[in-house]
Design a binder for this molecule. Sequence first.
Ligand SMILES: NC(=O)c1ccc[n+]([C@@H]2O[C@H](COP(=O)([O-])OP(=O)(O)OC[C@H]3O[C@@H](n4cnc5c(N)ncnc54)[C@H](OP(=O)(O)O)[C@@H]3O)[C@@H](O)[C@H]2O)c1
Length: 386
Amino acid sequence: MPRAFAISADAIAAERERVGGDLDQFDVARVIHLDEHTLREVGPQDVHLRILAVSAEHNVDHAALADTQNIAEVRGGKIYPGNSAVGEVLAVGDRVTRFAPGDIVLTHCNGEPDIYGYPLRIWAYDQPDSVGWYGEEAVVADWQVIPAPLDCGLGLWEIAALPLRAPTAYHLWRRGLGIYRLKVPREQRAQLNVLGFGGGVSELFLMLAEREGHRAFFCSGSPERRKHLEQLGIEGIDQKQFNRFASRDDVKAFSNLTRDLTGGERMHIVCDMLRGPVYQAGLVVMGRMGVNVSAGWQLDTKCQYNSANLSVRQITLDHSHYETVDGCRAATELYGHVFKPTVHREIYAFEDLPRAIREMGRNVQTGIPIVRVAEEMPEVVKPLIG
Ligand SMILES: NC(=O)c1ccc[n+]([C@@H]2O[C@H](COP(=O)([O-])OP(=O)(O)OC[C@H]3O[C@@H](n4cnc5c(N)ncnc54)[C@H](OP(=O)(O)O)[C@@H]3O)[C@@H](O)[C@H]2O)c1
């Protein structure tokens, strides 16, 4: 049986008891454990994959902490997480025409499209019976995989950083820009000021903005990530200079800086995947007609706003989740041309995946964390490994 990581409700309960309910002391690496699972039979429309590499994602941190929802309990006591992977096709069902053994593919995590194509549920999270890709092998339906653009100029670890974060950024960007353009046409303002706070989704969002000719600002506490983005023409702002917005004075100082940087115009589009203290800072620095987009709630799920204030300033708050399957395919076209992700300096071994998630939660990584699952790589990807 292939090995795969699992999160059980029992392990969460035991860790909660160990730390007396104090989530700051909670160690997700004690909850994510190596397990095994039986693959379902390959059906006519299925693809059998060998997983090569995965990226660590925050929803796994949320699932292990059970801070937003105890998803392992809701799903019957155990989940197999992992919704971003690069894999090699080992076999395909009779009716699969788009893939053949030996192909290298990416997964997307739209678990069940609604009538407009957006996910009702996320694969390996709240989609019932979904088995994730933090494992050695998987069987999925063919609509769940996309050909990997191996000639896009990125290395394998960079490609592995993108299957979940790039479609999210792509969706946020086209929504934010579309909403803004409904209010202010291009003939009135061509170049926008676009701000993103730290994190992989935000940095990809800003790469889209910069490549389309806008001024992009990355407000992050990570010098390594700021440096990488500055090389791509994205201006860095040290979030720690403002104590991560711990007080009103910090927010005011940040507001003054953004005013000065933008000639008083401030930010037209803001991407905030974190909420918590970042949310207020993001609202304060918005210019008239601004749009604040989010698909994340890493620091808090609740937001408050003054409706009169936002109405007078014509500010729009937009919430989204993840891309349509078509949108995921379109985002993949931009790998390497637009998306050039930061990657954490250590590539984790498969057995070290729980540590990768722990270190991601503790915010000590220099880029997107990647886990190498396969020891032996297919010939076709070997040149992409540095
Ligand atoms: N809906 C979706 O489809 C979707 C997709 C992807 C992610 N998400 C969610 O979006 C959030 C961000 O994900 P991501 O993948 O972009 O993140 P990421 O690449 O893992 O980065 C998280 C960032 O959070 C920042 N951070 C950590 N602790 C912080 C604190 N106390 N105060 C301020 N910033 C802090 C760090 O930025 P700096 O240290 O650089 O400032 C870090 O780089 C997560 O909650 C995730 O679940 C949702």
